[in-house]
Design a protein around this ligand. Structure first.
Ligand code: PLP
Length: 334
């Protein structure tokens, strides 16, 4: 099944009144530093704290009336979105997570009444449990990125961005499984064919980047990162998001943990926003000088479901531990 621009328009009509249309706000700090207008799309304002509500709501609203319940594998934010959307429809939700998912995200899912299964140390381990639940308990799988309804739901963000600021020349999109990047790029390039869409990931365990280089989906070793929501593979049998990212992304930029740390600091000190690591990568790429601008640009601040102790240390310039690594950090220098 192919995904078309009209699927994104249909998703927008379906989402009206559920997932929010979010603000686009200008960053005076980044404009002063970079010499071009920079906008932030505030997806962290969604009721679940991340954009994934769009795709999950779109997919779950398309289930038939005989649905028994839903299940998914998630790095946290998708699980919370599925839990929220399932609750709104009165459906059972079972969210399968690996042990790498931070506690703050697990608690957010539990608070919405979803059942949680923590299995293994990777998204692939969690996916094995999803496969079992689908086969043995008849639950409907709501995949985190590789599904037309998910991609169309996330694509509504691209529509809103170009409608708010039609002269954008560059979009900086956090990239993991690529559902967000695929949908946003399809919407944006339909409305503005010359726009540049750049995917941004962390420099270790960036599954889409490695797959694009290889020319086919490849497995990666999952590594702890400040951008925890960007971890996980793209699936060996990827059917949609890989091909769309291959065809529509102009470039992929990779960031060190220190660069992501600065991005989180800038979101807080320059914009007064709490952005989780995976959300701050657009800012981080600009601050690191890894994307040169030729006109107005926009990032997507995709989520705010960060561990608050970690955020407090980062905004104060203190060192943080991520997996087996220590990031020294330091005070933010505007
Ligand atoms: C899931 C997620 C992403 C990446 O989305 P994909 O569709 O998997 O590429 C980026 N930021 C946050 C906060 C997320 O939760």
């Amino acid at each position: 099944m192919q995904i078309r621009f009209t699927d994104i328009l249909a998703a927008r009509a379906r989402l009206a009144g559920t997932a929010l249309g979010t603000p686009m706000v200008p960053s005076t700090a980044l404009q002063a530093r970079l010499g071009h207008p920079v906008w932030h799309k505030l997806e962290l304002c969604q009721p679940t704290g991340a954009f994934k509500l769009r795709g999950a709501m779109n997919a779950i609203s398309r289930l038939g009336p005989d649905a028994q319940g839903v299940t998914c594998a998630s790095t946290g934010n998708h699980g919370r979105a599925v839990a929220w959307a399932a609750k709104a429809r009165g459906l059972r939700a079972v969210v399968c997570l690996s042990s790498l998912v931070p506690r703050a995200k697990v608690e957010g899912i539990r608070a919405l009444g979803a059942e949680i299964r923590t299995i293994g140390r990777s998204q692939d381990d969690a996916q094995a449990e999803v496969d079992r639940l689908v086969a043995e308990e008849g639950l409907a799988e709501i995949p985190p990125f590789d599904h037309p309804d998910i991609i169309a739901g996330q694509g509504t963000i691209g529509l809103e961005m170009l409608e708010a600021v039609p002269d954008l020349t560059t979009l900086l999109v956090p990239l993991s499984g690529g559902g967000l990047a695929a949908g946003v790029a399809l919407a944006a390039k339909t409305l503005a064919p010359d726009i540049r869409v750049i995917g941004i990931s962390m420099d270790r365990g960036a599954a889409m980047d490695e797959s694009l280089r290889a020319g086919h989906p490849v497995p990666v070793e999952e590594v702890a990162s400040l951008a925890d929501s960007l971890g996980g593979g793209i699936g060996a049998t990827n059917r949609h998001s890989f091909a769309l990212c291959r065809d529509l992304l102009d470039e992929v930029v990779l960031l060190t943990e220190d660069e992501i740390y600065r991005g989180i600091q800038s979101a807080f000190h320059d914009e007064r926003l709490v952005a989780e690591g995976g959300a701050a990568v657009g800012i981080a790429a600009l601050l690191a000088g890894k994307v040169a601008l030729d006109g107005p640009a926009a990032t997507i601040l995709t989520g705010r479901n960060a561990d608050m102790d970690q955020i407090a240390r980062i905004v104060a310039g203190q060192s943080v531990t991520v997996g087996d690594r220590s990031i020294d950090g330091g005070p933010y220098e505007p």
